[in-house]
Design a protein around this ligand. Structure first.
Ligand code: SF4
Ligand code: SF4
Length: 261
């Protein structure tokens, strides 16, 4: 199984979003070419996916959402046993119109969200590495998500799970693999570095909704506060246009990112 995060754009900004859509908003989309490569590589390597889930962010907000679905249907022409599923928040007319337009052979998981407060969410931003109880944890174990949802593909590449790719978007460690990993590659190094930050590591396994303590506010441990601050600074620098600095004398002009003249 694999989960593909095709965008980090979303029309809701839920507290404790495990893709950091609220904490670090960015309309980053996966290029259609990446989905094409995934399909081509899967067929070339005889990968028989049991399920391909399309998520985000809110996946219907991807400008090439329908083209991505058609690419995945191309894969299913090769492997008819694959379930293609879209996971949507079902929020707003634009989203529901896209969902209604999907072909009948696409399965839809619609969480029908109506609020930014999601009491059944877990405290994603409570990094276990900030908690002394986890001082000796082996983070390469990850959690049951890898087993229940499969590996992940995000705009940054392939990961042990899609949540891990969303964490790497913030840490900027570049741990995503650019091509479909070999079956023998468990991506343990990525899990070791990324699961230490993931609140889901604490539960480890699926917890039935009625047993989850209601989460009504945003919870964040110090490492995540620092990581989001660093992310904001990085984004601000990236969005600052380069300026031309005129240097006196014979030296040519130099451009420096993030500096004003
Ligand atoms: S709808 Fe989903 S992706 Fe969007 S903010 Fe809420 S949890 Fe995150
Ligand atoms: S702990 Fe988080 S990042 Fe690691 S496998 Fe589970 S969901 Fe993915």
């Amino acid at each position: 199984m694999i989960e593909i995060d095709i965008t980090y754009a979303c029309n809701l900004h839920c507290l404790n979003c495990n893709r950091s859509v609220t904490q670090a908003p960015d309309k980053q989309h996966m290029p259609l070419s990446m989905v094409k490569s995934f399909v081509d590589d899967s067929i070339a390597r005889s990968k028989r996916w049991r399920r391909i889930r399309v998520l985000g962010g809110e996946p219907t907000l991807h400008p090439e959402f329908m083209a991505i679905i058609e690419e995945l249907r191309r894969y299913r022409q090769w492997h008819s046993g694959c379930l293609i599923e879209v996971v949507t928040n079902g929020y707003g007319k634009a989203v529901t119109a896209k969902i209604d337009a999907l072909p009948q052979d696409i399965w839809v998981e619609n969480s029908r969200k109506t609020s930014v407060i999601q009491p059944t969410f877990g405290p994603f931003n409570m990094a276990p590495s900030d908690d002394p109880k986890y001082a000796h944890a082996d983070y390469s174990n990850g959690c049951a998500i890898m087993d229940e949802c499969g590996m992940g593909l995000t705009p940054s590449g392939y990961y042990p799970c899609a949540v891990a790719g969303g964490i790497d978007r913030i840490t900027n460690d570049g741990l995503g693999q650019s091509t479909l990993p070999d079956d023998s590659d468990d991506m343990l190094e990525a899990a070791r570095k990324l699961c230490r930050l993931c609140g889901r590591f604490r539960a480890g396994h699926f917890v039935p909704r009625n047993l989850r303590p209601p989460l009504l506010d945003e919870q964040m441990s110090p490492t995540w506060e620092r990581l989001y601050e660093e992310w904001r600074v990085r984004k601000a620098l990236e969005s600052t246009p380069s300026v031309q600095l005129t240097v006196r004398g014979d030296a040519p002009q130099a451009s420096e990112r993030g500096k004003t003249s």
